[in-house]
Design a protein. Sequence first.
Length: 452
Amino acid sequence: MTTTSICLFTADLRLHDNPVLRAALDSAERVVPLFVLDEAIEAAGFAAPNRAAFLAGCLADLDSRLRKRGGRLIVRRGDVVRETCRVAEETGAGQVHIAAGVSRYAARREERLREALAGAGRELRVHDAVLTAVPPGEVTPAGKDSFGVFTPYFRRWATADLRDPLGAPRTVRVPDGVASRPLPEAPKGTSPGLPRGGETAARERWHAWRASGLAAYEDRHDDLAGDATSRLSPYLHFGCLSATELVRQAREAGGPGADAFVRQVAWRDFHHQVLAARPDAASRDLRPRGDRWRGDGPEAAAWREGRTGYPVIDAAMRQLRHEGWMHNRARLLAASFLTKTLYVDWRIGAAHFLELLVDGDVANNQLNWQWVAGTGTDTRPNRVLNPLVQARRFDPDGAYVRRWVPELAEVGGGAVHRPWRLPEHERAALDYPAPLVDLDEALARFRAARGK
């Protein structure tokens, strides 16, 4: 056992079921719980205000939970490799423990860190099954490094052995005198309806939803107005919750709702294993279709502003701006409308989502966008989600639209989805635009572009 080790937190900001923290504690008498505010991520524009605000809450909560166990969070700012090596030198730490990532940036960070530590006679220990339930590469098809279709992946994923969840440590002993920057504060200019960050809020939400919402999830997860999804995605993105723990507890609960929820966790793992094998998919078509996408013009601007004239799309975009989060069904509709109805490049939409989403994750955001755009893993790449048909199915009385599009709050029932059909005097009184495009014409344009 070495005297001191470092637990380098990245996207695993929790004490419960954290193999990185447990391994660091088991390997040394004292541990430095370290988080580096990565200037490279900030320079790349990925530290969007909403996620920075949520991260501030996560770090404050993590520090509080560590202090209750006799420890504290050490915060540094700068290059992760340089700052981690500096802390190792200051404390004499012999090992650094970190969770395995899947992005090209995470892989490069791990490589640099291993080389820098080895040069000083120190060791990097990388831990799998921290950010996902099943690590990328653990289940693979014959002769390939990853699955390209979800259904066969899920069949194998469902039979994979999951590790046993770990309890939170009772005591964390931190070396004396380790310097730390102050905890970051939430920036200004964030969405007003952001959730509270941190493991405490995450576990409270999971326990409450598991008791009241999990059983009905299969029947209600597409109900836009019902708001019956778990809303756990921000906490999974920042690692405030363990995917392994969620899957195990959902399986213990059992039933169709739990099965449907576990399937959604598997989708998250699926995208992580795709990106791990195909890092270019963050910005390049996974399966090119020969598209000549339209650029970022007035129609894309209207989509971003929630002024397309299609109420369910506009409601989705306004929810995103207000909460930094969007219902999953709404994400599908908004993405389909941009990429297939407006035929605008999926990267434009993905970038806008990453500007606002608290759960903005490169693997899930980019690959979900590619799935909808038909350049990713969807086995029906030319499907188009009609916003009127979808609204009728998933917001039949218009409650979701009226919640987020106040201009239409007085329009009753399902008529709210087609305001252009209202009597002229009623339509004239609404501060709401006419439809941006004709759906039939847009569908014909998309099919022609795809050679259909």
